[in-house]
Design a protein around this ligand. Structure first.
Ligand code: MRU
Length: 343
């Protein structure tokens, strides 16, 4: 099994699979400086909400491990700087902020810097293990929604690469496939960074699951022709009322699914739910650099100086969502109540 995010204990290294190079090159990078791990998150060498959380947790443990401050107050001050560096990498996926919060919570009052270093490594490992467990539960219950012969449309990438575990949206598909159900997938290419074309097709091929790649603009055509039985996507942040932030283009798919009477499922661990935000309106949307739009894989496609907008995520209002599949059960309308119970 591929390990997109890994902690190597001696001397303390974060190893990441560089997702920006996939599918053509499988390059693993060993990081011994936490600032480089934070940069890797920003540059999307590691991406996907749960995987960002796991990578940040290991990055914080790494930064703490290398701190040379022996005075507890100085150590804690520097640790806070490290945590804040990670919190400034990507704003939308709430998993990052929850992971940072859990790392802060691992610091016991009065503990020595050496004990805190050990506790932080253990906390990061435990957070990663929990991600794996919840991915399996999501995949198992979500697979129950798929009949044999189903064709699923998915967007972006919500597999092992995005979770550093079994996968969420793709985990469901993988679980159903492993149960012997004949599942096939339509993957949108997911402009601008092509996570669908580069990563989802690659993972599904590795798992032996038939996949058809389409451009984002073809989705309406296939959804209206009876080719697709359901849509399953991941999430970056889910508000208390069920409104969901996910990769740009998700909202369009949800509206198209509703128009064509096709179920639209969101698969996500409860670490992706942010009950502190009443609705999707309050979810911060990351704006990324214009080169991602004016270029495809570093080749310019637009006249120089073209004005660009590049929001990385959009919000799908909960009324378009058939169900949210979590490790604590499948939540349906009224989402507010189900989310309250699950979090
Ligand atoms: O910008 P990315 O590639 O980090 O965005 C990823 C997504 O939008 C995924 O669908 C989401 O994080 C769920 S991953 C299980």
């Amino acid at each position: 099994m591929i390990k997109p995010v890994e902690w190597l204990d001696n001397p303390g290294i974060v190893r990441l699979l560089d997702q920006s190079r996939l599918p053509h090159r499988k390059v693993f990078i060993n990081y011994s400086d936490y600032k480089d791990v934070a940069a890797a998150i920003k540059e999307m060498r590691v991406r996907g909400a749960p995987a960002i959380g796991v990578a940040a947790a290991y990055g914080i443990a790494l930064g703490a491990k290398n701190l040379e401050a022996n005075v507890p107050e100085v150590f804690l001050e520097r640790l806070e700087e490290i945590i804040k560096t990670f919190e400034a990498t990507r704003p939308t996926a709430v998993n990052l902020f929850k992971a940072a919060g859990q790392m802060r919570a691992a610091v016991k009052y009065g503990a020595s810097p050496e004990d805190i270093k050990t506790a932080l490594v253990q906390q990061a490992i435990s957070l990663h293990q929990k991600e794996e467990e919840s991915n399996i539960s999501i995949s198992k219950s979500g697979a129950g929604l798929l009949g044999s012969g189903a064709t699923v449309l998915t967007h972006c990438n919500a597999g092992s690469l995005a979770t550093a575990a079994y996968g969420t949206a793709l985990g469901i598909i993988r679980f159903a496939h492993n149960q012997g159900k004949k599942i096939s997938v339509f993957s949108t290419e997911t402009r601008p960074l092509l996570q669908g074309a580069r990563l989802t097709t690659w993972e599904l091929k590795e798992w032996g699951i038939p996949v058809t790649l389409i451009t984002d603009s073809m989705a309406g055509h296939f959804l209206s022709r009876g080719n697709i039985d359901c849509v399953i996507v991941g999430a970056d942040r889910i508000a208390a009322n069920g409104d969901t932030a996910n990769k740009i283009g998700t909202y369009t798919l949800a509206v198209l699914a509703r128009e064509n009477g096709i179920p639209f499922y969101v698969a996500a661990p409860t670490t992706t739910i942010d009950p502190s935000l009443p609705s999707g309106k309050e979810i911060p949307i990351e704006q990324r650099k214009s080169e991602e739009v004016t270029h495809v894989q570093e080749v310019g496609i637009a006249p120089e100086g073209t004005q660009v907008q590049n929001p990385a995520f959009d919000i799908t209002p909960h009324r378009y969502i058939t169900a949210i599949i979590t490790e604590r059960g499948i939540i349906r309308e009224p989402f507010g109540e189900g989310i309250k119970k699950a979090t």
